[in-house]
Design a protein around this ligand. Structure first.
Ligand code: PCA
Length: 193
């Protein structure tokens, strides 16, 4: 593994920062030697984030894509196993788009699994004392839709990229930015070996 692309999202809703982008920036600065880490900020927009992730996969051709998103007051770092072909938003995205039970790709697969061994990555975090779990739903908002777009591009185009989505809790006393950063660095180290 040589080239890693890490994405994070801009703030949305009532949050002024998004833990996913804060973490991506720090991971980019602390990348282990021998690994080229690039970061990409995604808009909280179903349409624009989907297009951007597809373009990034085509243009940058990363070996590994780790997408980060923020999940409210989560109690763990959630390694997402699956992306599903459905958008059903409880509030509009940052473009004011508010899809209700719409497919992301008409006629596309109902769902895709990550092509990473998610339990191995969870265990690597637990081993470091970081609360982590495998999650079977990334929700039906922009994170799930970005994950689905990425996996659809990879599987349909036969790209060699390995891709994973991780939901992070908001930054708090229980989950300081240092812990979130360490978690993603540990994921990169595990993927590497
Ligand atoms: N979390 C949202 C979208 C952007 C983010 O950081 C989600 O879980 O879909």
């Amino acid at each position: 593994m040589r080239k890693v692309l890490i994405t994070g999202f801009e703030p949305f809703g009532v949050s002024e920062v998004n833990s996913s982008w804060e973490t991506a920036v720090r991971v980019g600065q602390l990348a282990p030697k021998g690994v080229c880490v690039e970061t990409l900020l995604l808009p909280v927009s179903f349409v624009r984030a989907g297009k951007m992730i597809r373009e990034a996969l085509k243009e940058k051709r990363p070996d590994v894509l780790v997408m980060l998103g923020q999940r409210g007051k989560g109690e763990s770092i959630d390694i997402e196993r699956i992306a599903i072909n459905m958008m059903d938003a409880s509030s509009p995205d940052n473009d004011g788009y508010h899809p209700q039970e719409q497919t992301i790709v008409d006629g596309g697969e109902a769902a895709y699994f990550s092509n990473f061994p998610v339990k191995t990555l969870r265990d690597a975090l637990l081993h470091k004392g970081i609360p982590a779990r495998v999650s079977n739903s990334a929700g039906l908002y922009v994170c799930n839709s970005t994950y689905y777009n990425a996996l659809n591009e990879i599987y349909e185009q036969g790209l060699p990229t390995k891709a994973l989505f991780i939901h992070l809790p908001i930054i708090s006393e229980d989950f300081p930015i240092e812990m979130l950063t360490d978690a993603i660095l540990a994921i990169i180290e595990t993927i590497r070996h």
